[in-house]
Design a protein around this ligand. Structure first.
Ligand code: GLC
Length: 430
């Protein structure tokens, strides 16, 4: 069923435009490009957010979005963060840089584990056991990959791109350890599509590509990479989503008459490990495993333990007040502390407001009963998009759109935020 796209007498509504953005970024009815020129392939966690939005007006297409992300799965269960479209050429870094085994047209790293969460969203709105049966195994195989190769209770990431928050200042120090090959040639296009001031700098890209080259040099053997690579971090958002994803997979397993208990137990073990290892004074911090210390700094990831039910009630109260007081300027949660020297209001994850983070914060606040704050953030986020359009991220002072235009997850989550019936998947801590 296609949703309504017709214009009313006053021109298209923003919801119509949101649907039009998603349909405009559609790739042959199979997946959705995050932004047509800047990101012309499939990105894993983008497709998860996109499926949540598509479920509001085109359920078969929402299911197809997840299917397409899962089709890129590696034999060991890895879900790569990019599935390349063979018809698109010129993206950097493309398959020739990644050199994935057996010529696979994908990157060789992953992204925050959103698939089980998106599947849970789809299932609770439009239950369909046939579809669930079809996709359950690949999602469970992905979880098995993560628990076997990435640490089980607390997972580590091997590249800033795996965090989803690429150039967040959280990873600056760890990146200092990454050696750069002076002969490296970058063939970037992103900084000619978008104002370079809004994109990660050359210095960061050199480090990103140096890491990719070193992984390719090890044939992407994850255990060898984990032993020696200079960048190894237990990230807050990644682990919080790991906790929530296992809870969701437990619920979905039971919906299929399977054992949910192993997934619930994994979810609680991750919650406990996060509380034990990553929490200081009520706030959660990533851990740099090469240095064996928590990374200081206030970032938007502090809302993730609310979204995922990792925080205790007391920690949630604290995180909510810090997020809404210290990270919130006018338009939502800044990706990084506006008082810190590293803050930059227009540069990607170093300050701008992102709609997926506001969406998670709304869900997290709702989950812990901060209903008024959630409602206010929900309305602010919708207004931000109403006034500025479907941009990739927004300047937290002016609300001006930055980065890619017609950005799919901004449109998808706009549709979800518009629906007052969209509520968190669970209440309170796990
Ligand atoms: C950027 C973002 C990442 C996203 C990708 C595609 O790399 O940091 O989170 O998945 O773009 O939109």
């Amino acid at each position: 069923m296609r949703g309504k796209t017709a214009m009313d007498g006053r021109g298209p509504s923003r919801a119509d435009e949101a649907r039009a953005v998603l349909m405009g970024n559609d790739e042959g009815g199979r997946w959705t490009r995050p932004s047509p020129r800047l990101y012309p392939h499939l990105w894993l966690w983008d497709s998860c957010f996109i499926a949540i939005g598509l479920a509001h007006f085109d359920v078969p297409r929402a299911r197809q979005e997840l299917r397409s992300a899962l089709e890129a799965q590696w034999p060991d269960g890895l879900l790569p963060h990019i599935r390349f479209n063979p018809r698109e050429e010129g993206y950097f870094p493309g398959p020739d840089v990644w050199r994935s085994p057996e010529g696979r047209l994908s990157s060789a790293i992953t992204q925050p584990p959103m698939p089980a969460i998106a599947l849970m969203e789809l299932h609770r709105r439009h239950p369909d056991t046939g579809f669930l049966e079809e996709v359950f195994e690949p999602v469970a195989a992905y979880h098995e990959y993560l628990s076997l190769h990435r640490g089980r209770d607390l997972l580590f990431i091997i590249h800033p791109w795996e965090s989803g928050l690429d150039n967040s200042p959280l990873y600056d120090d760890a990146l200092l350890r990454v050696p750069v090959d002076r002969a490296l040639v970058l063939r970037r296009r992103d900084d000619s599509i978008v104002d370079p001031a809004q994109r990660p700098s050359k210095r960061f890209y050199e480090k990103y590509i140096a890491l990719v080259n070193s992984f390719a040099g090890k044939d992407h053997a994850i255990d060898a990479i984990a032993q020696t690579s200079p960048f190894l971090i237990q990230d807050v958002l990644f682990n919080a989503l790991w906790c929530e994803a296992n809870r969701c997979l437990g619920v979905l397993a039971e919906a299929l008459g399977r054992e949910g208990r192993p997934f619930f137990e994994q979810s609680r073990r991750t919650r406990d490990a996060m509380r034990r290892e990553m929490c200081r004074d009520g706030l959660y911090h990533p851990k740099d495993l090469r240095e064996g210390r928590l990374i200081e700094g206030l970032a938007c990831t502090l809302i993730a333990p609310l979204f995922a039910g990792v925080a205790s009630e007391q920690e949630a109260d604290k995180a909510a007040s810090v997020a809404l007081r210290d990270l919130h300027l006018r338009h939502g949660i800044c990706s990084y502390d506006p008082r810190a020297p590293q803050f930059d209001p227009v540069c990607y994850w170093r300050g701008p407001v992102w709609v997926n983070i506001n969406w998670m914060a709304v869900r997290g606040l709702q989950r812990y009963g901060h209903i008024d704050e959630a409602e206010s953030l929900r309305r602010h986020t919708l207004e931000l998009i109403d006034e500025n359009g479907f941009f990739e991220y927004f300047d937290p002072h002016s609300g001006a759109g930055c980065g890619g235009e017609s950005f799919s997850w901004t449109a998808a989550l706009y549709l979800d935020l518009l629906d007052p019936a969209a509520t968190p998947l669970a209440r309170g801590p796990v």
